[in-house]
Design a protein around this ligand. Sequence first.
Ligand SMILES: Nc1nc2c(ncn2[C@@H]2O[C@H](COP(=O)(O)OP(=O)(O)O)[C@@H](O)[C@H]2O)c(=O)[nH]1
Ligand SMILES: [Mg+2]
Length: 253
Amino acid sequence: MEAICSFLLNFDPSKGTIFWTCVFADMAAKLSHLKECKQEDAGFLMEQNNIMVIKSAEYLISSPDWEKCPTPNMPEYAFIGRSNVGKSSLINILANNEKLAKTSGTPGKTVMINHFIVNKEWYLVDLPGYGFAKRSMSQRKQWERMIEDYLRKRTNLVTIFILIDSRHSPQKIDIDFINQLGEWNVPFSLVFTKADKSTQAEVSRNVKSFLNKMRETWEFLPPHFVTSTVKKSGRDAILGYIEELNAQFRAIA
Ligand SMILES: Nc1nc2c(ncn2[C@@H]2O[C@H](COP(=O)(O)OP(=O)(O)O)[C@@H](O)[C@H]2O)c(=O)[nH]1
Ligand SMILES: [Mg+2]
């Protein structure tokens, strides 16, 4: 069976920050088990495992840089990917609120870190996407600086979800961003979006070839999820994973 890397949160009292260690424990076993299930079964299994119920989800604030973000006192999960990959749509189905993050057919230009608070116990963060051709060079530089600072300095950031369009073969821009995260030591998971737009066979082929591409530089693969906001698939698995990490966060906080 393919090696799946699982991460465990730890607290470094000298620095006051959380950090990750890599383990092959319960979570890896669970994820590899889920990988072998059909998506529906995965949702069912997660339900049995007390899948998170969304009681509330509210927009909190948009910040121009990491220092202006809310107090880092709750576990935080950030979502990023190319413009138009389906980020806002995914955030909305996770939060059970179609109007929470704006969705549109045309990508936006705003470069802000957008915080939402879910169940009054964790932060969901919508980050501005990469690969937006209409950004000027200075806007791109601003994006790079803001993202690097946020990802490297935000102490309560548990993991980021990188969204990848499941209709395409591996794209250099996504691979480059992932490799950059490796250099920065930022833990991440992959979410393959818009699974309803191609056949199941095509989606599987693209997911497989993306993971194979990653194997060229990565020893272990991160958890990955396949989603469709039209079919609302993949939602329970992602929320179950967040719930699991929230419990780890609470255990060390
Ligand atoms: N068929 C389908 N369309 C999607 C899905 N997710 C997003 N979209 C569409 O893709 C476009 C961009 O989505 P949006 O969430 O605004 O992308 P963002 O720029 O990454 O935030 C919108 O027209 C969405 O309706 C999906 O899972 N299936
Ligand atoms: Mg958006």
